[in-house]
Design a protein around this ligand. Sequence first.
Ligand code: B12
Ligand code: SF4
Length: 591
Amino acid sequence: MPSPDLILLHAPSVYDFRDQSILYGPVSDLVPSTPVFEMYPIGFTTIAEYLERHGRRVRIINLALRMLRNRRFDAEAMIRGLRPAAFGIDLHWLPHAHGALAVAELAKRHHPDTPVILGGFSSSYYFEELLRLPYVDYVVRGDSTEEPMRQLLECILAGREPIDVPNVAWRGADGTVHANPVSYVPQSIDDVALDYRFVVRSVATYRDLLSTVPFHNWLDYPITAALSVRGCTQNCVTCGGSAYTFRNTFGRTGGPAFRSPERLAEDVRNVARFINGPIFILGDLRQAGDDYARRFLDAVRGYSGPVIVELFRPATPEFLQQVGEALPNFTLEVSLESHDPAVRRAFGKGYDNASMEATLRAALDAGCRRLDVFFMIGLPEQTYDSVLATVDYCGTLLERFGPDGRLFPFISPLAPFVDPGSAAFEQPERYGYRFFCRTLEEHRRALLQPSWKYVLNYETRWMTRDEIVASSYEAGLRLNRLKARYGLVGEVQAAATEARIKAAVALSAEVDGAMALPAEERRARLLALKPLVDQANMSTVCDKRELELPVGLVKLNLLQAAWYFLSGEVRRWLGGGRPDRSSETCQVYRH
Ligand code: B12
Ligand code: SF4
């Protein structure tokens, strides 16, 4: 088995989650991952594909997934046995603050001479704090690290300091921290690709399928995505991926980078050659202008597989008709955040209910297969009563649009963290937020708290942490009943969700009780609760399966995958490189 130049490791949120008793709560209900956040960043695949295209060997290891699937899987032993020229670890999502650092420490402990590189959005924000840790050697900043990583690897292999490599920060031999500017910020994403042949080849080379699987039940529900954009035109105030954060933290002053619409359409078709699951087109297609959206729809026209598109603002009936004609099997996702336009406006979205309701009507008329509508808890100006009024509004929407079962409302708390670098994190008073954690270390420690109430890094002027938790459970209960009434979930599933929420509420109270005990007693009490906590830790306020679209029985096209693997190898052997960079894919529900 060849020794890779770079091994990319994805850690669980909390490294020793299998031994800890933590009531995670509904922190990951609206994404495919479990609360372990086992999904690795799409960027792992674009980095790996790019480096391989430039002659390096890269391996991805999803440690989080391996640990989740097998209680006895020994992550430390695996790390000890690896021999790359460098380790790359994502601290992309802040909820990995504990796991990513623990894995970095293990990599350094067992391989003191092997450089440890951190990257991702949270690493970019906290790079100075990271470089004070003795087990972190480099941080690659920014939203586009493929080329900086290529140059950094060259330096590492040649034993040089990366003095002229853009976006890289590092600790020099004398312990001084150096930070090159984040100057590599490309304006197009046509030069990167999430290429499934990379994954297929990697599985064959390292004889290890599980390490590259993106999330827990992906093999049963292989949702993928096509990426239209890096950056965002919107300014949702709690989002660490807003235009504001991209400008201030990732050096993206010139606006988002887009993939050309024709390439994006090609991506959709390419993904479908391997995988029969739904494809999520990430980013509102109108972000780069109506012409971009029209060109994409023209290019993708006739693709008949399930495709999910998202809207960041209301759309015209004409636009939705065009989507329906081009993609006959489309699902629409839209985040209204709240029923109350004042709350929505305070969150950064300025549209009213009437224009969005007209959009929902038009989407149904245009033939969308499903219409997922998302609401959030923990927003500026949002009170406990306002959260429950949002659930009432879901009832109104279901009454108006719901009878044929295509409209699905979801509600979930903003958890566990308001994103670092977001407007709310940077100017808490202006937006009415109070933070319990500011530094990386404070977030790392917060993740070890015994229930999600204590993990939350914020409360608002309008809701305490207790109220955020209580309103989340109450809203979950009420929405579940509504869904049962409208036949969106079956009776058995609805009863199971109700029981799970009630159990979580009771456990939450038990944990609160334990917190009042002296340290030793508290530890014992929390450990005694662990079996119940583990049971409550899967989906909480809704069943994750509610988000799934039907997929066919044959989910992965193995023959096609094998053919691509072999054709790629033959081209490599003939020295022909890898001419056809194709599909950008990831796995998404709501962001
Ligand atoms: C698509 C998306 C998702 C998808 C996941 C896609 C995936 N597998 O990556 C879904 C919907 C599942 C998702 C889930 C979550 N997301 Co999200 N997501 C996004 C979104 C909209 C786009 C990200 C994207 O397309 N990136 C483009 C790809 C190509 O690049 P990339 O993966 O970012 O990687 C590049 C760099 O980040 C960097 N990099 C990343 N990792 C590493 C590692 C190394 C070693 C190096 C060198 C570089 C590096 O280099 C890469 C290549 O250039 C952003 C918002 C935005 N506008 O960006 C939020 C965002 C990233 N998500 C966020 C959050 C909080 C989450 C959740 C924690 C939410 C939750 N509580 O459930 C979960 C975590 C899921 C998990 N890990 O299991 C926050 C992160 C803020 C923060 N600093 O923590 C963001 C910024 C905004 C938001 N609130 O939604 N998300
Ligand atoms: S929540 Fe979505 S739309 Fe809003 S700023 Fe973040 S990435 Fe953009």
